[in-house]
Design a protein around this ligand. Sequence first.
Ligand code: NAP
Length: 772
Amino acid sequence: MARTYTETQVIVVGAGPVGLLLAGELRLAGADVVVIERLTEPTTESRASTLHARTMEILDSRGLLDGLGAVPQETRGHFGGLPLDLTLPTPYPGQWKVPQIRTEELLAEWATGLGAVILRGHELRGLTVTGDHAEAEVAAGGEVVHLRAKCVVGCDGENSTVRRLGGFAFPGAAAGRELLRADVDGIDIPGRRFERLPGGLAIAARRPDGVTRVMVCDFGSTAEPRSENVEFHEIADAWKRVTGEDISGGTPLWVNAFTDASRQAEQYRDYRLFLAGDAAHQQMPIGGQALNLGLQDAFNLGWKLAAQVQGRGPEGLLDSYHSERHAVGQRTLSNIRAQALLLLGGSEVDAAREVMGELIDEHDEVRSHLAGMISGLDVRYDVGAGDHPLLGLRLPHWPVRTGDPQHPGEDSGEDTTTAALLRPGGGLLLDLTGDAGHGDLLRSAAAPWSRLVRTVTARPTGGTPAGATTVLVRPDGHVVWAAPAGGAPTEGLTRALTRWFGEPATHQTTAPATNGRTDMGSLSGKTALVTGSSRGMGRATAIRLAKEGALVAVHYTSNEDAANEVVATIEKDGGRAFAVRAELGVPGDVHELFLGLEQGLKERTGTTTLDILVNNAGVMGGVAAEDTTPEQFDRLFAVNAKAPFFLIQRALKNLPDGGRIVNISSGLTRVANPEEIAYAMTKGAVEQLARHFAKLLGPRNITINSVAPGITRNGNPAFDIPEVVDQMAALSAFNRVGEPQDVADVVAFLASADARWVTGAFIDATGGTLLG
Ligand code: NAP
């Protein structure tokens, strides 16, 4: 039997909504992940279908909410069957019934689009944890496969194999009651909303497709409560006893049962093993809280685990997953047990229901307290000292207008929301004060973390909400620092950045990644524009940056098919890209390019942030000096020198602190070639541009460098003539012509975090052609 070893950074067990959201979060933060799933096909059962407000916000802060359709704003909810208005200050109050299959589909598409690998038909059989890795023994199609990773996360539900194999204690209360559930076709019974009848509880809701979901709890049942192996005739009998209605003639499409058992893993983390979702907590799915609790576990864990496996997680960060989410789980389990009691208790709970109903109806603070708890909006983590009201809470979703980072007071930004600002992943230092001097102070204080935390200046546009100040927000949307009222504007900021994002000196290094990426530093969550990337070195650069995880805009001017081929190649490899057309060197060129670029970025990330600009497009001259016309000269300068200058000028609105600019020059600025005087002059101009911009952009930690290729194979017919290639190869110390990838690798390095200390430089990528 084959023993195949495969390595990754994180293994997620279970491709349900929780595992898939976690996989996407890990990828977004740059970690490699393999999801293993026992089922060979996605489930067709919709066990959990309620999305609560916080979950909708989370999906919005990854740009995923729109993919589910229009949010219905249904604020009618319940607490233990007592009507409860779920209205709260959020764009998505209340609950939304979305079939679990649809949520799973959306999350799977997102996670795989980011490069997560999902292995179906893979069942976990064994787990071994050692000092430096965890190994999973997996049964797959009659074979045993061994997967090795730094960590394994069990998102494998109530009967979690990871929990069992990892020996996690799972204490709690055993089941006392069961609720039977069936989706039935061909019956016509009255709708019932949490009807407590003398013999039991009955719920009936007809769906638009004519199928009726019935749920029944028979108060007089003496059967042992179970969560599986239930037959439709048992449900029909219970329904008859409780309501007097006969549904036995209907066609059951799906039957199941659940109990009020309530258990929680004592620890959510045991060294290299983690639990999330129902694997960590078992509860009655009253009010649809279970799925939401699980998704929020994943959202809390993803960025922390990614930091850890890439070697940049600060001490204690991973342990905060247990401390934060266990406490939330415990509280949610309590509210679910209280609800189960009110809902499924017999006449002995009537008085408690009466009192509770009165409190909800007559005291809005009781109503909003319960709504906050059920929606997940009131979750506040212990993030350290401070008295700002937002500390520890999720950043509210406010409409804002971003401002030019250098001129925060100007009305030059775009209308967006605080949710959209979180979409690229990573931390967010959000300055909502609109104070010009403030922005510079913050930027310089946060500069050492600029690859992990974006600094954005914005002003609320929906009135100034209470608590709008400068806040540091974790990738999961929780506020971990707020500028103290009356104190120095950056007081405590460095401490908070270090606590959540690591030491400034070490946070830029990353551990070796797998899945084909290098250890140079991932560009996950970054966006890049490569001009002239339909072919040649631009093409190779676009592919390379996408391989590092960047979303790449593939720019071209005439050859749309070639640009689309580059996009398809990137996507086939699990990367993300889109094509943008604009002719450079003509009036309006920069405007046209940025129209397409910003639209493409906004659609995919929710913002127009551009992290990396590669000015690669260029035209050669090939005309002797005496034959060069003024028009040819102008054209060379317009495409090769003027366009890069104005592209940079425009891109500075989009580039965050820590951004990267790489310009492609030429070895001809160092060796003489009388055929290319004008061309070489354009490249000389580009090199000057880098030198002087470098000084200007240093304070924002934006680097700008020139890469000078030598003779590089670019599809020109000359490269098909062996004698010509031999002559060209002889110029290089390596006796070969350059390949586009030779240059792309150098550009990728300059775009990476590791090149943070290189700016204004001329990088010789000529393969030793300039050695003389
Ligand atoms: P290439 O194969 O000639 O491709 C040029 C790319 O630039 C194409 O994507 C093309 O788009 C685009 N482009 C050309 N003119 C444009 C314009 N006016 N507006 C917009 N896009 C335009 O390029 P390459 O040989 O890989 O060269 C890339 C860069 O390296 C250039 O800056 C070049 O000067 C420099 N370089 C090349 C060599 C070499 O030996 N190849 C050596 C030193 C430096 P379409 O395909 O849509 O036309």
